[in-house]
Design a protein around this ligand. Sequence first.
Ligand SMILES: [Zn+2]
Length: 138
Amino acid sequence: MIITFIELMLLTVVLFIVAYPLFAARTVANAGAVITESGYTDLLYRKESLYIAIKDLDFDYKTGKIDDDDYKAMKAGLESDALELLGRIDNYEKQPSPEISSGSSAASRKKRNTIFCHECGASIQKSHKFCSECGTRI
Ligand SMILES: [Zn+2]
């Protein structure tokens, strides 16, 4: 009876360990469905942490903390994660970002404040009374 109980506990633990990455992966996929500004920052943050993890792994390997097979398996996993992340960051950067559109509205605002000299055609700030190029009164 006691042995059965221990086996049951072990089975539960094993099931949890096996199932956990599946749930975790699903959560990540859902988070990636809608990429917001904070989602993008999150992607960049995760990219940084992945690079750090790869560096740590390299260090552990060089110092002999992990063996060849573990190193190769773990590095392959980290690198495929990194590739996937980079792809998503790439996709995000291809989208028209709110920053670019606000930048162009700033440019058009500047344009509205600019007039052209009727004498020489130079562009002058609306607030100016004389042309900065030829001195003609506006
Ligand atoms: Zn002028």
